[in-house]
Write a protein that binds this ligand. Structure first.
Ligand SMILES: *[C@@H]1O[C@H](CO)[C@@H](O)[C@H](O)[C@H]1NC(C)=O
Ligand SMILES: *[C@@H]1O[C@H](CO)[C@@H](O)[C@H](O)[C@H]1NC(C)=O
Ligand SMILES: *[C@@H]1O[C@H](CO)[C@@H](O)[C@H](O)[C@H]1NC(C)=O
Length: 448
């Protein structure tokens, strides 16, 4: 993790180098703490090199891909349109600006800033998201040319997306990356479904919906943290930094500014968002932790049911890779953060020794569960089947980086037999109906 953070640091610095002198300013937050609104370029693996293992030949690949960078949801666009201009005016009333944080360039951009996202564009894929998908596809094809044939065939490839514009468009740009724009027009996709049992299994899990997602008790840690000492200190510091006098910015305002900072950073590779200038790295770490708490308790290790219910997707992966027929060789599903995070926890990846809670912020500063790294836009998880002298092995890539599964801590390639044994319960007794049956409500919550 340390190494990853360091290379991210460099990447972040350099992405702003061309337009500003911010690289030399220690007050500017360069590190990535943008949580699930992190653009994929901050976490991707830019290498185009092939991944070869001696005596092994890649046979098939199964991938889950979160859609690329998008516009905000309806509620945020509404707030962006009404509240952010008010906050901007409050900030600009401060006669002491520019200061050490909000530089004159930021003041200029603030002065010109006005809401620019239409409600009709809610959650649509943005240009950056298109590019993320194109480039991801190009790199994967270059890593595994024997799998990703550059000529499309309906028998070699299986693509599917969920019922949404952003996953549909993500699929179109990914396939454009593989086959070129002209050929991508003729790709066959199955009819998307609103509650796909594999791509979005949790939409069918009533018990999870009731006990975890819609249950405020399951969000307690986040709520306590939002009202706790670290958050108050953050809000107070920002008010002081901006010399807010009569009207103080509240926690909700600060969250909105953080989200706007993240979105604008994701959308614009070359420009710095003025909304980022009000934060120190320490402020961002606190805001990131609040977001991590939300995802941890809703989509991660907080409750067993949350990750157990991913067994249909895990099973689909094994069935696809282990199927006797040689085709299709490539399976790519375009889906959402909720699916990717539950799948990571199902595999046992990024699990910390303790739960993330409202009380252990300091202790968890070096945690593995950091959505800024594991849940960016365009997040992807790939399982590659290799045949090594007739022994089947799997390679797992997350964000195009090699990760080792718990059954094989000492090698990149993990024998399929070991995987089947380790995840035996998931594969042999995936009782989705049973575990998701709403008649069992209210059992787990509060115990974890
Ligand atoms: C592609 O294959 C699917 C089955 O996998 C089939 O239903 C579909 O009709 C095929 N489409 C074309 C254009 O051949
Ligand atoms: C990045 O991808 C290359 C191959 O394209 C691979 O060799 C390398 O191990 C990957 N980096 C990480 C950190 O996994
Ligand atoms: C849900 O649980 C009830 C009560 O145990 C049972 O009668 C019903 O068949 C279950 N439904 C499913 C889909 O498993």
């Amino acid at each position: 993790m340390e190494v990853i953070s360091n290379s991210l640091f460099v990447l972040f610095v350099c992405s702003f180098l061309s337009l500003s002198q911010q690289c030399t300013n220690p007050g500017y937050p360069f590190e990535n703490h943008l949580s699930s609104k992190t653009p994929y370029r901050f976490v991707s693996n830019q290498s185009f090199d092939r991944i070869l293992y001696e005596g092994c030949i890649p046979q098939k690949i199964w991938m889950l891909v979160r859609h690329g960078t998008r516009y905000p949801e309806y509620g945020f666009i509404e707030k962006m349109t009404i509240r952010l201009p008010e906050i901007k005016d409050l900030i600009l009333q401060n006669k002491d600006l520019p200061n050490e944080y909000v530089k004159s360039r930021d003041v200029d951009v603030f002065q010109k800033w006005k809401p620019y996202v239409q409600l009709a564009d809610k959650k649509k894929l943005v240009h950056e998201g298109e590019e993320e998908m194109l480039l991801l596809a190009e790199r994967m094809q270059s890593r595994f040319p024997e799998l990703f044939d550059s000529v499309y065939s309906n028998t070699s490839y299986k693509f599917k997306y969920t019922y949404s514009q952003r996953t549909h468009k993500s699929a179109l740009y990914f396939t454009s990356g593989l086959f070129g724009r002209a050929a991508a027009k003729d790709i066959w996709f199955p009819e998307p479904s609103r509650k796909d049992p594999i791509l979005r299994f949790y939409k069918l899990c009533t018990r999870w919906e009731n006990d975890v997602k819609q249950n405020s008790a399951a969000q307690q840690e986040r709520i306590i943290f939002m009202n706790g000492a670290e958050m108050s200190k953050t809000v107070q510091e920002i008010n002081e930094r901006l010399k807010m006098k009569k009207t103080l910015l509240e926690t909700e305002d600060i969250i909105m500014m953080y989200d706007m900072c993240a979105y604008e950073t994701a959308w614009n590779k070359l420009a710095k968002s003025p909304w980022c200038s009000v934060f120190t790295v320490d402020n961002l770490k606190v805001l990131e932790y609040a977001a991590d708490l939300k995802h941890y308790w809703r989509d991660g290790y907080g409750f067993e049911l949350t990750y157990k219910q991913a067994c249909p997707a895990f099973g689909d992966m094994m069935n696809f890779l282990e199927s006797k027929s040689r085709f299709p060789r490539v399976n790519v599903y375009f889906t959402h953060s909720g699916t990717l995070l539950k799948m990571l926890a199902h595999l046992g990846l990024y699990e910390d020794d303790e739960h993330l809670t409202a009380k252990n912020f300091d202790h968890m500063l070096t945690r593995k569960w950091r959505t800024s790294l594991i849940d960016s836009f365009g997040t992807n998880l790939a399982f590659v089947l290799y045949s090594c002298d007739s022994v089947d092995k799997l390679l797992v890539l997350h964000q195009e980086k090699i990760v080792r599964l718990p059954p094989c801590p000492d090698s990149d390639l993990c024998e399929v037999d070991k995987i089947k044994e380790f995840y035996g319960e998931s594969l042999d007794s995936c009782d989705f109906q049973g575990m998701c049956n709403s008649t069992y409500t209210q059992r787990d919550v509060g115990e974890a």
